[in-house]
Design a protein around this ligand. Structure first.
Ligand code: ZN
Length: 269
C-alpha cells in the first residue's frame, strides 16, 4: 500500500488526539465542577449582616466579606461577624482604614488622612498586617485573602502587595474579567463589579463561566441599600438561587478556598 495512504489517517488521528488533549480542562482546580464562582462583598457595612448573610445562609452558600478594620460596623457587631465566620464565610482583609490614592483623577472623596499616595509602603503594609491581627482575633483563622481598597495596586512605583504575598492566599483587584486557572494572577484576581445590573446579566456571566471553565468573581457593595454602589435585593436573590440550583456544576466558595486551589494547581504545573 502507498505509504502516504497509511500516514494520512495516522496524522489525522494524532491531530484529533492532540486537539482533545488540549481541550480537556483540568477541573480538579474547580473542585471537579465546571467553574468556580466567588461572591465578594466589600467595606464591612450593615447590609452585609442584615441582608446578605441571611440570604446566603438560607441557601447554605458561602461568601467573602472584605473587612475594613476601622469600620464602626465591625466594632458594633463583632459577635455577628464572628458567627458569620463560624458559618463558613470568609472575613477578608480590606485594610485597616481603606486608604485610596487621592492623587488619581476622580478621587475627591479621599480625605488627607486616608490618602494612600501620602503613605509610605511600610505604613501600608503594617496597617494591613494589623487588620489581619484584628480579623484573627475575630475568626481565629490564619489564612484569608486581601482586596485592594479602590483597586489601587501601587504606592508611587511600588506594588505594595509584593511584601504581603506570604500573608495571604491571594488578592482581589477590581479589573473586569473571567480567567482560567492558568490565567489567574493571585496578586490581582479579576472580578465583575456589580452596581444595579440585572439578574439576567449576572446569571449570563455565570453561564459563560460554566462554558469556559473559568473563575468568576462578583464584587458587591450595597445589596438592598447601604452603599452608593448598590444591587437590588431581588436581583441578588435571583443570582443566589441560580447558583444554588446549579451547585452540582458550579463550585461556589469563599475566595480563600478558591485561591488556595489555584495556588496548588499553578505550583504543580
Ligand atoms: Zn472598598
Amino acid at each position: 500500500m502507498n505509504r502516504k495512504l497509511i500516514l494520512i489517517p495516522l496524522i489525522l488521528l494524532f491531530a484529533v488526539a492532540t486537539v482533545r488533549a488540549q481541550k480537556a480542562p483540568d477541573l480538579k482546580v474547580w473542585n471537579n465542577k465546571q467553574c468556580a464562582v466567588v461572591l465578594t462583598y466589600d467595606d464591612a457595612i450593615d447590609v452585609d449582616l442584615d441582608n446578605v448573610i441571611p440570604a446566603l445562609d438560607s441557601l447554605n452558600l458561602k461568601g467573602t466579606f472584605y473587612i475594613i478594620g476601622s469600620s464602626p460596623v465591625v466594632y458594633k457587631r463583632l459577635d455577628e461577624w464572628r458567627l458569620a465566620a463560624k458559618h463558613g464565610h470568609e472575613l477578608g482583609n480590606h485594610a485597616l482604614f481603606h486608604p485610596c490614592d487621592g492623587s488619581l483623577p476622580g478621587r475627591s472623596f479621599v480625605t488627607p488622612d486616608n490618602d494612600r499616595s501620602k503613605y509610605s509602603v511600610s505604613r501600608a503594609v503594617s496597617e494591613i498586617r494589623v487588620n489581619n491581627t484584628l480579623l484573627k482575633a475575630i475568626d481565629g483563622k490564619d489564612k484569608r485573602t486581601f482586596a485592594y481598597p479602590c483597586g489601587d495596586l501601587k504606592i508611587g512605583d511600588v506594588y505594595f502587595y509584593d511584601q504581603l504575598k506570604k500573608d495571604f492566599a491571594g488578592a482581589r483587584g477590581v479589573w473586569a474579567g473571567k480567567q482560567t486557572a492558568d490565567q489567574v494572577k493571585l496578586d490581582n484576581i479579576e472580578c465583575y463589579g456589580i452596581n444595579g445590573q440585572s439578574a439576567d446579566y449576572m446569571i449570563d456571566l455565570v453561564k459563560k463561566a460554566q462554558q469556559t471553565h473559568t473563575l468568576l468573581v462578583f464584587l458587591f457593595h450595597g445589596v438592598g441599600g447601604g452603599h452608593s454602589i448598590n444591587e437590588p435585593l431581588d436581583a441578588h436573590s435571583k443570582l443566589l438561587h441560580y447558583l444554588k440550583d446549579h451547585e452540582n456544576d458550579i463550585w461556589i466558595a469563599p475566595m480563600v478556598d478558591v485561591a488556595e486551589n489555584i495556588s496548588a494547581y499553578q505550583a504543580a504545573k
